[in-house]
Design a protein around this ligand. Sequence first.
Ligand code: PLP
Length: 420
Amino acid sequence: MFSRLRGDFPILDARIGKSPLSYLDSGATSQKPQCVIDTFVEYYQQRNSAVHRGAHSLAVEATDAFENGRIAVAGLVGGDAEQVCWTKNATEALNIVALGIDRASHGFGGEAAERFALSPADSIVITEMEHHANLVPWQQLAASTGAQLRWLPVTDAGELDLSRLTDIVDETTKVLAFTHVSNVLGTVNPVQRLVARAREVGAYVVLDACQSVPHMPVDFTDLDVDFAAFSAHKALGPTGLGVLWGRPGLLDALPPVLTGGSMITSVSMEESGFMPAPQRFEAGTQPVAEVAAFATAVGYLAEVGLEEIFDHERQLARILLDGIAEIPGIRVLGDAETRIGTVAFDVDGVHAHDVGQYLDSQGVAVRVGHHCAQPLHRRFGVTASTRASTYLYNNAEDCRRFLSALAEVRPFFGVAAEGA
Ligand code: PLP
């Protein structure tokens, strides 16, 4: 099945110079199947209108497309459609939670919001492997409320070090925010164990699901998290669309940070009332074509099967890891047992940017730099790495082309002799 679906992605026929394209940068953004591109175009050709307001036929069709997207996403990640709030991306979704807690801590939102309020006696816990999107907003929240920011360290194997879990997540902890899957190491984190500890101390759990939802079966209700965030563009959907998922009671109590049209119950010159979720967090005109296209992407993923995608990528990861182990002078960051097809590594004697440029000259697209995870890179003693990340459209041939180009990198830059 996986070899067949490659043809659904027109961009994979592109050539980079004289080479065919091997796209191994899906951790940054995924490619889109033709059906998703078609839905986007058809929306503007046939259904474009303002949602929730108009009494005319097009407005009804646009509203249906918008609300059906919510139903599709709830089908993918669990819960009801009302638990799915549209945002610009995962970064915005995570900021909405952190800034909402910040507002609650400063007296906004009334009694319902009081449960979120943080003070200097409280702590927020994150991990050393977070993407900056799930790190900087919590630093800001700590600075604004005086709460202490703590983090779970990472082992040499690239897994969370949980040996001091009960010390780090203690009775002062009000928020435990962590990534389901590392965007650098590919490590799948033990959500159940972390959620269990959060429940023991009464902390809210915020899950960054950017790298899990596109690659494996995920059900936020089963995982028992309070809030979760991910981006459509990493899951075959368009850019400009993210999801904030939350528990119904909690979403309705969290103060909104973006206010204005489409999210109010009534407005006087003195004050305003806010709608419950999801509209509460959807101020202003929404990305309707993006939602319609993402619904198609979700249908496509469901048809292929998330379990099958996870298995497929694990096989590709094995090929990548075994192949890299044969090439002298390359250190893979982390070696987690449970992982997706994302592999980051350091090439001895060659800067990651040079590695990326050489691979590109052979048609192999990878990501280089700190991948928005500077503390994690520091933990492994590097400032930058090269990352190959797979998705459902990759095959063994992509891995082979990547490995043979990678084997040429150190000889090409004249450093083969020293490190071999
Ligand atoms: N969290 C993780 C783990 C990611 O990999 C990314 C994107 O790379 C993000 C958050 C941020 O996603 P976005 O830039 O779409 O908001």
